[in-house]
Ligand binder design. Structure first.
Ligand code: UTP
Length: 471
């Protein structure tokens, strides 16, 4: 059926929010294209966008992020790496508790993989990036193998919940199927898609269009996970499965220790609602969110909101006072996430100025040279202040935090590959093996999850003179 007139109700909504330009090209569209545009427009919550803009304006006048940051303190509920390393008994006790949680089937894993990965500039979902320094295996494969190995170690299935977005979903599903879920039981894998948010013109507040019948949209941030878990039914699945804790990680860090039993054990023993792994910042200038307490509440401050005098302040020993860099590795209690949902808590939107290609009034595509649009994203760490009990756990940076963010330089494939080699080399040498010169070595999680596994499998004195992948 031909749709020749703009439905009255739609026109009224557009008038109300001053977004009439969204139907400029209506007359030039086929009825199919009109239907698609209508569906898109119906899915947009204009009031929510308006409110996000208003909240942002209000917060700048009340208290700036910088003035808030000026009151921040280092986290107090804290486990420092050096303390744990010296306390063998505590290590053993927490590890045992974590392994028991896994064995009892109380732990699920969440991977957020819906980001667009613009900085990396890879033409596929980031998880498909070949990061294995010898094997060339993808980030997805390395992460899946960790879950498989950990579940073999625990003797129980560990369900894997993977968040995708419109930008990554179809390719991710096809990739998993093509690779037979990397050997994992497909029934233990749940994919759920996050929502999207339209981008707006930074000057006029008008929603940008990517085509005459399409809105310029992007994923709504990793914090979109909260809504997406409920909307998709994944959360109900977690509850039905009797899960109590969720190990959360991001697709860009292949050296994360998925379901680290020590972290899980600490989370349980301290009765924490959210436990976060942090690493010591390398310098005051490092562009990394920091975990702090403000007015006795735990929160993460983005690097761009941390004034340089606060960032560079040192303690009596000369160490950075605000030192705890966020790795985006968390453990959430299922009960905590349920409480947030039941209380109807929505995470705030963060607004970012970005270059957003759009079509102009003549229907021509414009590729802006500088940021022209505002994108709206929710951040998962904004749940932190809601926790009645939160714990911070310091990780070994070299071993566990090597994200792939940029195409080159810091936090790039090169640094992540070097880290995987470094860990494999350390483990082999600790087991008494000899790794020649600069020979690259790589260990699949299916071969070993830690040094102890390597020691069981590698004879002291074994020589590695050629690039080697152990699996
Ligand atoms: P980043 O903040 O690094 O964003 O995501 P990104 O989209 O991957 O990369 P850039 O900024 O465009 O270069 C951190 C983690 O959060 C996930 C990403 O997939 C990554 O695991 N993420 C991010 C989502 O799942 N959804 C989003 O909307 C944004």
């Amino acid at each position: 059926m031909m749709i020749d007139a703009i439905p009255q109700e739609l026109q009224q909504r557009l008038d109300k929010f001053n977004q009439q330009h969204l139907v400029t090209h209506w007359k030039d569209l086929s009825s199919e294209q009109c239907s698609r545009l209508m569906a898109e427009l119906e899915s947009i919550d204009f009031a929510e966008i308006q409110q996000a803009l208003a909240t942002k304006a209000a917060s700048t006048s009340a208290e700036t992020p910088a003035s808030r940051a000026a009151r921040c303190q280092p986290p107090s509920q804290l486990i420092r790496l050096a303390d744990l390393e010296q306390d063998a008994e505590k290590r053993q006790q927490t590890e045992k508790a974590g392994l028991k949680m896994l064995r009892d089937g109380k732990v699920g894993v969440i991977l957020v993989a819906g980001g667009q990965g613009t900085r990396l500039g890879f033409d596929h979902p980031k998880g498909m990036f070949p990061i294995g320094p010898v094997s060339d295996h993808t980030v997805f494969q390395i992460l899946f193998e960790q879950v498989i190995a950990r579940s073999q170690q625990a003797g129980a299935a560990i369900p894997y919940f993977i968040m995708t977005s419109d930008a990554t979903h179809d390719e991710t599903v096809a990739f998993f199927e093509e690779h037979d879920y990397f050997g994992m039981n497909a029934d233990d894998v749940t994919l759920f898609k996050q929502g999207t948010m339209p981008a707006i013109d930074a000057e006029t507040g008008k929603v940008l269009m990517s085509a005459p019948n399409a809105i310029a949209k992007s994923p709504d941030g990793h914090g979109g996970m909260l809504q997406a878990l409920h909307k998709s039914g994944a959360f109900a699945r977690m509850v039905d499965a009797g899960l109590e804790a969720l190990f959360y990680h991001q697709v860009d860090n292949p050296s994360v220790i998925v379901c680290d039993p020590i972290l899980l054990g600490c989370h349980q023993i301290y009765e924490s609602e959210i436990t976060t792994k942090v690493v010591a910042k390398m310098s005051a200038e490092e562009r990394m969110g920091v975990l702090v307490e403000v007015d006795e509440q735990m929160e993460i401050i983005e690097y761009s909101d941390l004034p340089s005098d606060v960032a560079s302040a040192t303690d009596d020993s000369g160490n950075l006072r605000i030192w705890a860099g966020n790795t985006a590795i968390h453990v959430f209690s299922v009960a905590f996430l349920k409480r947030l949902h039941d209380a109807g808590i929505d995470l705030p939107f963060h607004l970012a100025n970005k270059k957003v290609p759009y079509i102009d009034a003549d229907g021509q595509l414009v590729e802006p040279a500088k940021p022209n649009g505002i994108k709206f994203e929710r951040f998962i760490f904004d749940v932190l202040p809601q926790a009645t009990k939160a714990l911070v756990f310091e990780a070994d940076r070299d071993r566990e935090f090597n994200p792939v963010k940029n195409a080159e330089g810091n936090d790039s494939p090169e640094t992540a590959k070097a880290a995987l080699i470094r860990t494999a080399r350390n483990w082999l040498e600790s087991a008494g093996a000899i790794v020649a010169g600069k020979v690259p070595v790589e260990i699949s999680p299916l071969f070993a999850l830690d040094i102890a596994d390597v020691k069981e499998k590698i004879e002291p004195g074994r020589m590695f003179a050629e690039p080697t992948y152990l699996r």
